[in-house]
Design a protein around this ligand. Structure first.
Ligand SMILES: [Zn+2]
Ligand SMILES: [Zn+2]
Length: 307
């Protein structure tokens, strides 16, 4: 496992008895801190339910300022302070959100226990733009087609991980601690005192994963260059194809359209979500998408998908 995505909210604007508005948690086994993507109402409850320590979330990416994608944010920020958080928190979103957060924080006289950094997303740029990067992962953003400025996100793992040679393990039987050290680049000294270089006992793995997040958006092929060939594409599927005219009017997509984008972009896997509250059962949406793109999965609350 390299990257994994946990669904905290799979509903569109209106929550249902079992579904919450958009929210996702992206985790990497290469770094301790987690990323939150959108923060709909219900995010905190689902984080509790799946047993995530909220302090481990270091960065929050908000796709746009429709309430079903950020109404959970202020509650999340206050809870962090109540828990005595000290770690920095970084928020990436369209500029007006900074004003909204400031105003909400001002109403409560208590001082936050941790620093919040706001990073505005420039929605006017019609190309892929960098947002964040460290030596393990990069995050970029690209425009979607929705009724207000909306951005998708692309998460790409970086660098090379090292795989320890099976022959070496069979011959020298290193401990788990030694294997972890070798993966980090350590050499290995045999019992006879011979030093084996890291290079001679490992091989490079190019198994770096990519994840693209597209919610909310009407059907648009302009996103294809940004999401081409990703390991996992999350694409909204608010309606079924028989509601196409409503989908177009509201700048949303149907399950068939999400699958068509996945097929054209030649991605490995498609994950659909942002379902309209009209669908009690989402299996017909999944079936509609799978008819076009068989490797489609359906998001549901609490589910974790390996990328
Ligand atoms: Zn939405
Ligand atoms: Zn929206």
């Amino acid at each position: 496992m390299a990257l994994s995505l946990t669904v905290l909210g799979s509903s569109s604007a209106t929550p249902t008895a079992s579904r919450y508005p958009s929210s996702f948690l992206l985790r990497s086994n290469k770094q301790k801190d987690y990323f939150l993507i959108d923060c709909g109402e219900g995010t905190q409850i689902l984080l509790r339910r799946v047993g995530i320590r909220m302090q481990q979330i270091s960065r929050i990416f908000i796709s746009h300022l429709h309430g079903d994608h950020f109404f959970g944010l202020i509650g999340f920020l206050f809870t962090q302070s109540l828990l005595g958080r000290k770690e920095e928190l970084h928020i990436y979103a369209h500029k007006p959100l900074q004003k909204i957060i400031r105003m909400q924080l001002k109403m409560d006289k208590s001082k936050m226990t941790y620093p919040i950094f706001f990073h505005p997303i420039n929605a006017r740029k019609k190309k892929e733009m960098p947002l964040y990067e460290n030596d393990k992962i990069s995050v970029t953003t690209f425009p979607l087609l929705h009724s207000i400025p909306t951005n998708g996100f692309l998460f790409r793992e970086k660098g090379h991980s090292r795989l320890v040679s099976k022959e070496f393990i069979a011959q020298y039987r290193p401990t788990v601690k030694q294997i972890l050290g070798i993966k980090e680049g350590n050499d290995f000294r045999t019992q006879n005192g011979v030093l084996l270089s890291n290079k001679s006992i490992t091989e490079l793995s190019s198994d770096l994963k990519t994840f693209a997040y597209c919610s909310d958006t009407a059907y648009t092929e302009t996103i294809l260059p940004f999401i081409h060939g990703v390991n996992l594409l999350y694409h909204e599927a608010t309606f079924m194809q028989d509601m196409l005219s409503v989908a177009e009017e509201k700048y949303h997509s149907t399950a068939m359209q999400a699958a068509t984008i996945a097929k054209l972009a030649q991605v490995d896997k498609l994950l659909i979500g942002h379902y309209s509250a009209r669908y009690k059962d989402i299996s017909p949406l999944l079936q509609e998408a799978q008819d076009v793109f068989p490797n489609t999965l359906a998001a549901f609350e609490g589910a974790t998908f390996q990328i």
